[in-house]
Ligand binder design. Structure first.
Ligand SMILES: [Zn+2]
Length: 102
């Protein structure tokens, strides 16, 4: 069980690293994400935790697919930032709308 948990943290950290390096977050949210990355979520004050939950988790991590409404797995969540789709639905829609090779 603890091994599974460790793996999930690693995947969360990958997503956080992406956010900290990117331009999606504002300054405050980025600082909090960076702290979670280096010191863990438990190091956050209640106010920082609120920022993390509302500005980071709700927007970039705990996301539901707009088509099937399933929670998007952490491993697929980065791809969903642009289209709000899980990998499965993105593939289905992509096949429907993909242009023929030129
Ligand atoms: Zn979906």
């Amino acid at each position: 069980m603890s091994a599974e948990q460790g793996k999930g943290d690693e995947e969360l950290n990958d997503v956080l690293r992406e956010l900290v390096d990117g331009d999606q977050l504002d300054k405050t949210a980025k600082g909090v994400a960076r702290q979670v990355l280096t010191r863990g979520e438990r190091s956050l004050s209640p106010k920082q935790e609120w920022v993390f939950n509302t500005q980071v988790r709700a927007k970039y991590i705990d996301r539901a697919c707009r088509l099937c409404e399933d929670l998007i797995p952490i491993t697929e969540v980065e791809q969903s930032w642009g289209n709000d789709l899980c990998a499965n639905c993105a593939r289905i829609l992509g096949e429907q709308t993909s242009e023929p090779p030129s």
